[in-house]
Ligand binder design. Structure first.
Ligand code: 5AD
Ligand code: SF4
Length: 481
């Protein structure tokens, strides 16, 4: 947790401290002095726009950076243009990269008119050499570039840019230390993500994540527990434990501990009400974890279990380390212990070499499992991954046709699953006022399904019983009991 005392003690008159997090506290204070001058010159507070693409890990990183910038004096705005615009990028599929270049193009003219504006690019896409070269060459107006391993250095890099000018680029090939105790910020006061590990060692053959997020590193359990206790004291009642592959949590730590053990410890934290986690790899999901999930009453009734493909042949070429049968056996074991659990998944269509028969196997698994929802992706070729150089890339029209067929099946099965709770009363965490209709609020059930119900702002942040009166395919309309 961020410690105010330590922060207050940092003296900005001398040289910057060498150790972290004190070094960043020093630069936060230094930046704050400069930001105050800038705000006085402009005659208004400075504003920031943080634009995040990608997964929950990125969302969490953005929360951390937002906290640092808030301290410095930037106020958040929903506008796409601000005194400081930060893009936290994703590179898992090519689309995400294209989106960023589109947004940069849009900003270029604004920056010409407002040279004081700062543009910051960070995250997964910046871990790719070619992308950084492109930014250095063709996007000179970008002020600061860094990757995924040193986001904690934001204040230091900003200070350097503010005092020295020019384009500051600091991308690390590998992670060094896990820096604890930086300030945190939250989109919602009552729920947040907590990193339990960083990186991934699996090298699925289509995936760029292990190259941009580095090797697996677990945080110490006591640091995780301390952070969650601090969050609970600050009003958080739901947390999501975050990692690319949470099931292999604990490897490499001095203390012998598994993810199941961690879950049990987190479940014991008084005041915490809901626990979620992302993402599970089927190959590492142990019987003990299934047991722990079924025993820990705070763990939500939802498991995201990426399938990726239903054909063993494709799974082998994806380097997923399980067969179709292994996956089905796992689902059976999970449902035996937790009959009401919601299962969700990720599926890739059009992986190189995928035949019609392979695809039909994916369709069969989707039909048999009956997912509550599924994220379906068209395979995207990522330079540097083994799949990029595999023969038999599937033609675009074939992939699009398969994608549509899969989507239809996913939607039909998902609607059937949603219907099963109709008329029942479930506990929902009320999260926000409905964005389309402000006479409604939006809540989330333990199984992660969304429910909209009549109600006002005062309900936000509470877990309340809701009757599910209508099913809309993948969400519900409800009413407060
Ligand atoms: N193409 C398409 N989808 C991908 N994913 C990861 N890499 C790729 C890729 N190259 C999907 C996987 C993963 C999810 C986060 O993104 O399904 O589970
Ligand atoms: Fe990518 Fe596979 Fe690691 Fe998930 S488990 S981040 S899909 S390499």
């Amino acid at each position: 947790m961020f410690e105010q005392d330590k922060f207050d003690q940092v003296d900005v008159k001398g040289e910057p401290p060498l150790q972290e997090p004190e070094r960043q506290y020093y630069f936060m204070k230094k930046c704050k002095e400069l930001a105050e001058k800038e705000a006085a010159r402009l005659g208004r507070p400075l504003c920031m726009s943080i634009q995040t693409l990608g997964c929950q890990m990125n969302a969490k990183d953005s929360e951390k950076m937002s906290a640092v910038l808030s301290y410095i004096g930037y106020e958040p705005t929903e506008e796409p243009v601000a005194d400081l615009v930060l893009f936290n990028t994703c590179t898992v599929r090519e689309n995400a990269n294209l989106k960023i270049y589109g947004r940069l193009g849009y900003l270029k003219n604004h920056k010409k008119k407002n040279p004081h504006m700062k543009v910051v690019l960070c995250g997964c896409m910046m871990q790719e050499k070619d992308e950084v070269e492109r930014v250095k060459k063709s996007y000179r107006f970008v002020d600061i570039v860094f990757g995924t391993h040193n986001i904690y250095k934001l204040a230091e890099l900003l200070y350097r840019q503010l005092t020295e000018g020019g384009q500051v680029v600091d991308v690390w090939r590998e992670a060094k230390e896990i820096v604890e105790d930086l300030p945190g910020d939250r989109k919602y006061p009552f729920k947040t993500g907590v990193n339990i590990m960083f990186g991934c060692n699996n090298f699925c053959s289509y995936c760029i994540v292990p190259y941009v997020r580095g090797r697996e590193r677990s945080r110490k359990p006591e640091d995780i527990i301390k952070e969650i206790e601090g969050l609970v004291a600050d009003g958080v009642i739901e947390i999501m434990l975050l990692g690319q592959n949470v099931n292999s949590y604990g490897k490499g730590l001095e203390e012998e501990i598994t993810f199941a053990d961690l879950l049990r410890r987190v479940n014991d934290i008084p005041g915490l009400e809901r626990i979620r986690f992302m993402t599970s790899h089927p190959k590492d999901l142990s019987d003990d974890l299934i047991l722990a999930m079924s025993q820990c009453h705070k763990v939500c009734s939802h498991l995201h279990l990426p399938l990726q493909a239903g054909s063993t042949k494709t799974l082998r070429r994806m380097n997923r380390s399980y067969t179709r049968e292994d996956y089905m056996t796992l689902v059976k074991k999970i449902r035996e212990k937790m009959p009401n659990i919601s299962l969700t998944t990720d599926i890739i269509v059009g992986f190189p070499g995928e035949t019609e028969e392979d695809f039909l196997e994916t369709m069969e698994v989707v039909d048999q499992v009956g997912y509550d929802s599924a994220y379906t992706f068209i395979y995207s070729k990522r330079t540097g991954t083994p799949a990029a150089s595999m023969p038999d890339q599937v033609p675009e029209d074939v992939v699009k046709d398969r994608f549509q067929r899969l989507l239809k099946l996913v939607q039909r099965r998902s609607a059937e699953r949603t219907d099963r709770l109709l008329g029942q009363v479930e506990l929902a965490m009320i999260e926000e006022v409905n964005s389309q209709d402000d006479s409604l609020v939006t809540g989330r059930l333990s199984n992660n399904a969304v429910v909209h119900l009549p109600g006002g702002r005062s309900l936000i942040g509470r877990i309340l019983p809701v009757r599910l009166v209508e099913s809309k395919g993948f969400y519900y309309m409800g009413e407060l009991l």
